[in-house]
Design a binder for this molecule. Structure first.
Ligand SMILES: [Zn+2]
Length: 331
């Protein structure tokens, strides 16, 4: 799914309404931090919110698409809107991990210039938690001395990773995940069967956008084949490198999800909470604790994205540790 063109999801409507209302009342703050409970891309939402706030004649939550601001925003040529985000390296095609200080400096410069049009000027930063410390410090001065008719939008998945000095100067708006009924409804509108909608929503931890992404990438098949091959690995019928060689071809967020799901399932079994099907006979607290520690370690280790060799080694390390925990006799 292309998350970058202007778009919004039904459970983001309340934020749009709030923004429009404040604009009409002429009470928009200088700086807003929008935190999304989902980890999925919200740059399309940032663009839609800006479009709606700049449009001269919105009809409820629809921008008119006809006014000067709409036409230029949709063509990507409106000079009083700027979205600073992670850049893609032209040669390697890799997305940078940080928003660089130069990007923030450019943004500050633009904010300080005279408005080109007789409307609000919007400067958005996403994901704001990817700003370097130097970048965040540079931005702080702009927040301390806000320019007139400029709205600064900081969009984030984790406001805890943004310096408190910045956070405290922004009004906080939160995009929550939809409730289960709304999420299932939306997934069915995307063409999923009721059964798939339910199982993928679970895979996605309640996040329907993630659920849809997993469904489009046939995550259920990945889980099934991994379960079978992991079983072979536990019984000593399959080597760890063969097991991991196929897995590293999977995109990293899906792979991390798969490993996390596996570890989580074993944690759950070992904790003894699961009194239903096949509880482990020697389920005990120590094993659950070891699994929890491993889960934490795996989440950190599997962030390595530089090259597949590192990833393969990290993955092998995690799965060997898991096998050791599972095959160890409880004391
Ligand atoms: Zn318009």
């Amino acid at each position: 799914m292309d998350g970058t063109s202007p778009r919004y999801l039904p459970w983001q409507e309340n934020i749009l309404r709030r923004a429009l209302k404040l604009k009409r009342q002429r009470q928009l703050p200088h700086a807003v931090m929008i935190e999304s409970a989902s980890e999925q891309d919200i740059s399309g939402f940032a663009r839609y919110l800006s479009l709606l706030l700049l449009c001269d004649d919105p009809d409820d939550l629809s921008a008119c698409a006809n006014c000067e601001a709409c036409r230029m925003m949709l063509a990507g040529t409106y000079s009083d809107f700027r979205l600073v985000t992670l850049e893609q390296d032209e040669k390697s095609k890799k997305i940078s991990k940080n928003i660089k200080i130069e990007q923030i400096r450019d943004l500050k410069h633009e904010v300080s210039l005279t408005h080109q049009y007789d409307r609000l000027k919007i400067a958005a930063i996403y994901p704001a938690e990817a700003m370097s410390t130097a970048g965040a410090n540079a931005l702080l001065k702009t927040l301390e001395e806000p320019a007139a008719a400029v709205l600064l939008l900081l969009l984030t998945h984790n406001r805890g990773r943004i310096p408190i000095t910045l956070r405290s100067r922004c009004q906080l708006w939160t995009i929550n995940l939809p409730n289960r009924a709304q999420a299932l409804d939306w997934l069915r509108q995307q063409g999923l069967s009721p059964q798939d909608a339910a199982s993928y929503l679970e895979f996605g931890g309640g996040d329907p956008v993630l659920a849809l992404h997993l469904q489009r990438n046939d995550y259920a098949a990945l889980v099934t084949s991994f379960k079978a091959r992991f079983g072979q690995f536990l019984r000593g019928e399959l080597g760890v490198s063969s097991l991991c060689r196929e897995l590293v071809a999977t995109e990293i967020p899906m792979l991390r999800r798969l490993v996390d799901l596996t570890l989580n399932a074993y944690c759950y079994q070992s904790s003894g909470v699961d009194s239903g099907a096949n509880p482990l006979p020697e389920a005990n607290r120590q094993r659950a604790q070891r699994l929890l520690d491993l889960r934490q370690r795996a989440q950190n280790q599997l962030r390595v994205e530089e090259n597949n060799l590192d990833l393969q080694l990290q993955l092998e390390d995690v799965l060997i540790s898991l096998k050791q925990i599972l095959t160890r006799r409880s004391i």
